[in-house]
Design a protein around this ligand. Structure first.
Ligand SMILES: [Zn+2]
Length: 218
């Protein structure tokens, strides 16, 4: 039995969304439950108990979201953020655009409960860091740490995409951010063969991707 969660941290909504407060609280509740259930499956329950965020902010304007996020992380406010950067959890503040904006700029991500999964994904990155005892540098290559959050959030679980070994290899060697649907395929491929905790703890090794690629080929 799970201990019931304390009430949710403050949710800041623009005035236009105030009438949808309950709806957003439901997404947040579900996202938190999703993370707890996921963590529990790997005996990481204790790591999911403490609250992951102190405040939630929803934006109905992507420009305002970008500005607030860049300010929060003390980055150059003139930096261009891609349209598809729709949520973040930085400095214990969970920020996101509206479900409507997310669906519009990222149709690839549309599936049942996709907005709740977007929150779950961001919280999953924080869980990942807790599993690594706070060591963000140990999260591994981008395909892996994004794959972890995608997998924990159960995103693209109905995807029918199949990648060849060559395509997987190319993506795993590419340090640039690639397709999350493809990362999902790669992550699930390896997690079906190697226990997830083993992958998580090996991901910091320099030869991590190459060792897995070797497995693909042999
Ligand atoms: Zn992510």
């Amino acid at each position: 039995m799970f201990k019931p969660y304390k009430s949710l941290p403050p949710l800041v909504l623009p005035e236009e969304l105030e009438n949808r407060r309950e709806e957003f609280l439901r997404y947040l509740h579900s996202a938190r439950e999703n993370i707890r259930n996921f963590a529990s499956g790997y005996c990481w329950d204790n790591l999911a108990e403490e609250e992951f965020f102190d405040q939630v902010m929803i934006f109905d304007d992507k420009k305002k979201y970008n500005t607030a996020l860049l300010k929060l992380v003390e980055a150059d406010c003139n930096l261009e953020l891609p349209d598809t950067y729709c949520a973040a959890l930085e400095k214990r503040i969970l920020m996101a655009v509206t479900p409507e904006y997310y669906a519009r700029v990222y149709p690839e991500g549309i599936e049942e409960r996709s907005y709740e999964k977007l929150f779950t994904h961001e919280i999953a990155h924080r869980l990942h860091i807790r599993i690594l005892n706070g060591d963000e540098e140990a999260m591994g290559p981008i395909w892996f740490f994004e794959g972890f959050a995608i997998f924990a959030a159960d995103q693209f679980s109905q995807s029918k995409l199949i990648l060849s070994k060559d395509e997987m290899t190319d993506l795993m060697r590419d340090p640039q951010r690639g397709s999350y649907v493809k990362y999902n395929y790669i992550f699930r491929y390896f997690v079906s063969k190697i226990p997830l905790p083993d992958l998580v703890f090996k991901a910091k090794q320099d030869n991590f991707s190459e060792d897995l690629i070797w497995l693909l080929e042999n």
